[in-house]
Design a protein around this ligand. Structure first.
Ligand code: GDP
Ligand code: GDP
Length: 459
C-alpha cells in the first residue's frame, strides 16, 4: 500500500508550493488530457523513485481561536488517514504561537510528525531554525520547497518505516522491472506473456458515494466463487477479495467496504478520496462507476483524473441503466461524448448492477485492458509499425529538413511506453504525435490503457 503524507501548518508557510513540487512529475501524465477537474488537495506524488499520496490539509488558521476550532474537520480527518505528518513552519518568520498551538494538537496524535522549516534558501538555516526545537517534536528538517532543497532527504525520513510493499504488488512489479527491453526476443516475450496471464488481475471498483459500488461488488461476488474470504486490512483501507471467473483469477479491491460490514443494514462506509487513491495505485485495472441518473459530475472527473494520472488501465461502467427512458439514455450518451470524448481508449459499458444486466461483459473489457497494459512488444515490431506509419503519412518538414524517425522500442509497461529515436523529434507537431499514437494503438490492438510516447533526439 502506498504511504500517505499529510502537509499541515498555518497559511503561507509553503504547503501548496511543496504539494506542487511533490506531484509535478505525476501531473505530466495527464497533461495530454485537457478539461479534467483536478482536486488540488490530494495528489499522487513522486520524488525520484519514491511514490506516495500527499494531502494538503490547508484549513489550519492562525492563533486567534482555540486549536480544536482551528483544525478544520477535514484537516483532522486527513491527519487521521495519513501515515506521516509534515508540519511546516516558516524559517523566515520564526516560531509563532499558532505554530505552538498546532504542535500541541499534533503531539496528542499517535502519529509520526516531522517539523519542516521551509524557506531556508538564502538564509543561515541553522541559526534560523534552532527555535523550532521548542515545539518538542524532535528533529527539525530544513527545506526550500520553492527550489527543491532538502526535499529528498525529508521524504526519505518521512517514508523510512513505510517502504514495505504489499506482497501482491511485488509480484507484478518484479515482472515490470525484470525486463530489459533491448534484448527481448520473441520467445522470451511469449514466456513472459504466459506468466503475466496467470497473475491475478487486481481490479479496483471506484466511484463517488451512491453510484452502486456495493451493489455491483455484491452482484459480482454473488455470481462468482470467492476463493478466500476477506484479506485483512485496516479500517481506512479497502478490502481485497480474491475471486475466480472463467478460470481467471482476480482480486477485487472493494473501496465501498462491502465485506467489512457485519450485517447488511450496517451503515455504509464514508467515501474517502485517500482510500480511493490507494486503491487506484494498487490496482492493475480501475473500474470507474458512474451513476447514469446523475450524469457526469466534477467528482467523477476528478476520480478520472486520478486514474489517468496513475497510468492504470480503465473501464467505465455507467450504472443504473435500468428503467431509463430512451430520451434519458440519449441525453446521457451525448453528455458522455461531450465530457469524456477525449478518453478514446476506455471501453464504456451501460449496466444495471441491481438487475445484473451487462455485468458479465465488464470482465471482457477488464481482461482486454490488463492484457493491453502489460503487453510485451519487441523493438523489431515497434520499429516495423513506426515504419509503416511514416510510410503512410510522412513526418512534416522543419525548415528545409524532414523530421526523421529512426527506431522505436518499449520503455516500460503499465501503461505502455514507446520510445522513439530520431532527428529533430522535438519539432514534431502534436497532431503528428497523436497520429502515431493512434497508429500504434490500432496496429497493436491496445485497448483500455493509455499509451505514452517519448521522443529522444539521436540514437
Ligand atoms: P501555503 O499557504 O502554506 O500553501 O503557502 P504557499 O505555498 O502558497 O506559499 C506562500 C508563499 O511562500 C508564496 O509566496 C511562495 O512563493 C513562498 N514560498 C514557498 N516556498 C518557499 C521557499 O522555499 N522559499 C521562499 N523564499 N519562498 C517560498
Ligand atoms: P455505493 O455507495 O457506491 O456503494 O452505492 P450502493 O451500491 O450502496 O447503491 C446506492 C443506491 O443505488 C442503492 O439504493 C442501490 O439499490 C441503488 N442502485 C445500485 N445499483 C443500481 C442499479 O443498477 N439500478 C438502480 N435502479 N439502482 C441501483
Amino acid at each position: 500500500m502506498l504511504p500517505v503524507i499529510a502537509l499541515v501548518g498555518r497559511p503561507n508557510v509553503g504547503k501548496s508550493t511543496l504539494f506542487n513540487r511533490l506531484t509535478r512529475t505525476r501531473d505530466a501524465l495527464v497533461a495530454d488530457f485537457p478539461g479534467l477537474t483536478r482536486d488540488r488537495k490530494y495528489g499522487q506524488a513522486k520524488v525520484e523513485e519514491l511514490e506516495f499520496i500527499v494531502i494538503d490539509t490547508g484549513g489550519i488558521q492562525g492563533d486567534e481561536v482555540g486549536i480544536d476550532a482551528l483544525m478544520a474537520e477535514q484537516s483532522l480527518r486527513a491527519v487521521d488517514e495519513a501515515d506521516a505528518v509534515l508540519f511546516l513552519v516558516d524559517a523566515r518568520v520564526g516560531l509563532t504561537s499558532a505554530d505552538q498551538g498546532i504542535a500541541e494538537h499534533l503531539r496528542k496524535q499517535n502519529k509520526k510528525v516531522m517539523v519542516v522549516a521551509n524557506k531556508t534558501d538564502g538564509i543561515d538555516a541553522d541559526s534560523a531554525c534552532g527555535e523550532f526545537y521548542a515545539l518538542a517534536l524532535g528533529e527539525v528538517y530544513h527545506i526550500a520547497a520553492a527550489h527543491g532543497k532538502g526535499v529528498r532527504q525529508m521524504i526519505d525520513a518521512a517514508l523510512e518505516e513505510f517502504q514495505e510493499e504489499n506482497p501482491i504488488v511485488d509480484e507484478v512489479d518484479e515482472y515490470e522491472f525484470a525486463l530489459d527491453h533491448d534484448d527481448e526476443d520473441e520467445e522470451r516475450i511469449a514466456a513472459e506473456q504466459e506468466r503475466l496471464a496467470k497473475l491475478p488481475i487486481k481490479l479496483a471498483l471506484i466511484g463517488r458515494p451512491n453510484v452502486g459500488k456495493s451493489t455491483l461488488t455484491n452482484r459480482i461476488l454473488g455470481e462468482e466463487r470467492v476463493l478466500v474470504y476477506d484479506m485483512p486490512g485496516t479500517t481506512r483501507d479497502s478490502v481485497y477479495i480474491p475471486m475466480e471467473r472463467d478460470g481467471r483469477e482476480y482480486v477485487l479491491i472493494d473501496t465501498a467496504g462491502v465485506r467489512k460490514r457485519k450485517k447488511v443494514n450496517e451503515t455504509v462506509e464514508k467515501f474517502s478520496v485517500i482510500k480511493t487513491l490507494k486503491a487506484i495505485e494498487d490496482s492493475n485495472v480501475v473500474m470507474l462507476i458512474i451513476d447514469a441518473r446523475d450524469g457526469i459530475s466534477d467528482q467523477d472527473l476528478s476520480l478520472l483524473g486520478y486514474t489517468l494520472n496513475s497510468g492504470r488501465s480503465l473501464v467505465i461502467a455507467v450504472n443504473k441503466w435500468d428503467n431509463m427512458t430512451e430520451y434519458d439514455k440519449d441525453r446521457v450518451k451525448t453528455e458522455l461524448d461531450r465530457r469524456l470524448g477525449f478518453i478514446d481508449f476506455a471501453k464504456i459499458h451501460f449496466i444495471s448492477a441491481l438487475h445484473g444486466t451487462g455485468v458479465g461483459h465488464l470482465f471482457e473489457s477488464v481482461d482486454e485492458a490488463y492484457t493491453s497494459s502489460t503487453k510485451r512488444i519487441s523493438t523489431a515490431m515497434l520499429t516495423r509499425i513506426m515504419g509503416m506509419a511514416t510510410d503512410d503519412h510522412e513526418p512534416p518538414m522543419v525548415g528545409a529538413h524532414r523530421v526523421k524517425l529512426r527506431y522505436a522500442h518499449a520503455g516500460g509497461y503499465n501503461p505502455p511506453l514507446i520510445v522513439i529515436h530520431g532527428n529533430q523529434v522535438k519539432k514534431l507537431a502534436d497532431s503528428y504525435k497523436r497520429y502515431l499514437m493512434n497508429y500504434f494503438r490500432r496496429s497493436l490492438g491496445i485497448m483500455g490503457t493509455p499509451i505514452r510516447i517519448e521522443f529522444r533526439e539521436g540514437s
